[in-house]
Design a protein around this ligand. Sequence first.
Ligand code: 5GP
Length: 113
Amino acid sequence: MAVSSYENSAEASSMVRLVMDLRKNIEGKHVLLVEDIVDTGRTMQFLSELLRARKPRSVKTCALVRKPDRAAVDAEVDYLGFEIPDVWVVGYGLDFGEGDRTLPYIAAMKADP
Ligand code: 5GP
């Protein structure tokens, strides 16, 4: 699946939009939702609700990183790698403007001096 976030000026909050859906029917299946990083939790919450509406047998969620200080909604993560403070991280598949995605480690971006 692919999703993107966008600003909703009417509600002054960020919304999640489905860009690419699953090709398979998940009714009756066990589903594991794998996210790279949970920031506000909106993406995880959006996908979790979307998938649960399709009557899977179970839905579990997994993320490598979570930023608890940024949580805006209650998105439950069943299997979590680790928590980090409110910093932008890159590497290991995480990018900054498509850069730094292939770093073989996770690094925090330095704030502008
Ligand atoms: P959320 O919906 O939880 O606010 O945002 C989740 C998405 O925001 C992630 O899947 C990721 O694409 C992006 N994101 C949030 N924080 C970071 C970060 O520190 N580094 C990178 N590269 N992406 C992030």
